[in-house]
Design a protein around this ligand. Structure first.
Ligand SMILES: C[S@@+](CC[C@H](N)C(=O)[O-])C[C@H]1O[C@@H](n2cnc3c(N)ncnc32)[C@H](O)[C@@H]1O
Length: 268
């Protein structure tokens, strides 16, 4: 199949930063290690196009998912491009919901908020309130998992770029993640995601975010204040080039590096 350029920002985002199949494997493994059983129900908060929820229901015929996002166009994209291509049975087990993540939902085994999206919440009080609601909605044996980026270069202005050449439909392109500002007083950073082809075609600020750069220590204390019995930190290992390799392990002590990724897991 020949490849071509696309201006579909969700397809470019999926190819650049998402790994929903890998996410399902990693989340499932952590849950099984903690509770010695298979997780069946998942809620994906700040779900965007809910690619993760789609892979979740496809990974086991007993699995169900709720995907929560407050942006109609984004949810509609997921319904049309992902959900619409799934079997009738898989579609029945996935409920995309246009609402705020603070809304009441059905109980579940796992709540996940990936790609740092809880960082839209800038105030500690509001984050505690959100996590209290998550805690209340989890089954007795349940957990919340979030991801977090950090490192000594995570508080300066920078552009991280990667060549993306992994898709049989989309021509190679460069993905850029730009930190446009970081206010050390509020710890709010402004980000832009850009996609660039080598012929000069580009989509600048395809996505923009104002994220509070929470620290691991703050987040663990906030989970505790929201009622979680315990938190665990999982650290992403590095490959030979010093880049994250998608393998995470539980740890309590690490050396800082320029850029790192981690998960925080809150156990109900
Ligand atoms: C950074 S994207 C993350 C998408 C997806 N979780 C991922 O891993 O790629 C954040 C999403 O959160 C949604 N969002 C922001 N605030 C929200 C809120 N209060 N309630 C529900 N969704 C929200 C946005 O519409 C956007 O689609």
């Amino acid at each position: 199949m020949s490849r071509s350029k696309t201006n579909d920002k969700h397809a470019l985002y999926l190819a650049s930063v998402q790994d929903p199949l890998g996410d399902v494997e990693r989340i499932s493994k952590i849950f099984e290690e903690k509770f010695s059983k298979k997780a069946l129900s998942l809620r994906e908060d700040f779900s965007g196009t809910f690619a993760l929820s789609c892979c979740w229901v496809q990974s086991d015929e007993n699995r169900s998912a709720q995907a929560i996002d407050n942006d109609e166009a984004t949810l509609e994209y997921g319904k049309k491009n992902y959900l619409g291509n799934m079997s009738e049975d898989e579609q029945k087990r996935l409920k995309p919901q246009l609402k705020d993540t603070n809304s009441i939902t059905e109980p579940c085994d796992i709540v996940v908020a990936f790609n740092f999206s809880y960082s839209y919440i800038h105030e500690r009080k509001q984050l505690v309130e959100y996590l209290k609601k998550v805690h209340a909605s989890l089954n007795e044996e349940g957990m919340m998992i979030i991801d977090l980026l950090g490192g000594s270069e995570s508080e300066i202005l920078e552009v991280q770029e990667r060549l993306i050449d992994n898709n049989d439909q989309i021509s190679p392109f460069v993905f850029e993640f730009e930190r446009k500002s970081f206010n050390p007083i509020s710890r709010v950073a402004h980000y832009g995601v850009h996609f660039k082809y080598d012929d000069g075609t580009e989509i600048l600020d395809a996505f923009t975010y104002d994220f509070r750069m929470w620290t691991i220590t703050e987040l663990r204390e906030i989970f505790e204040d929201a009622g979680f019995s315990k938190t665990l930190v999982y650290w992403e290992d590095f490959n030979d080039e010093g880049l994250g390799n998608g393998e995470f392990y539980a740890t309590e002590e690490e050396e800082n590096s320029l850029n790192w990724n981690s998960y925080i897991v809150g156990i109900k």
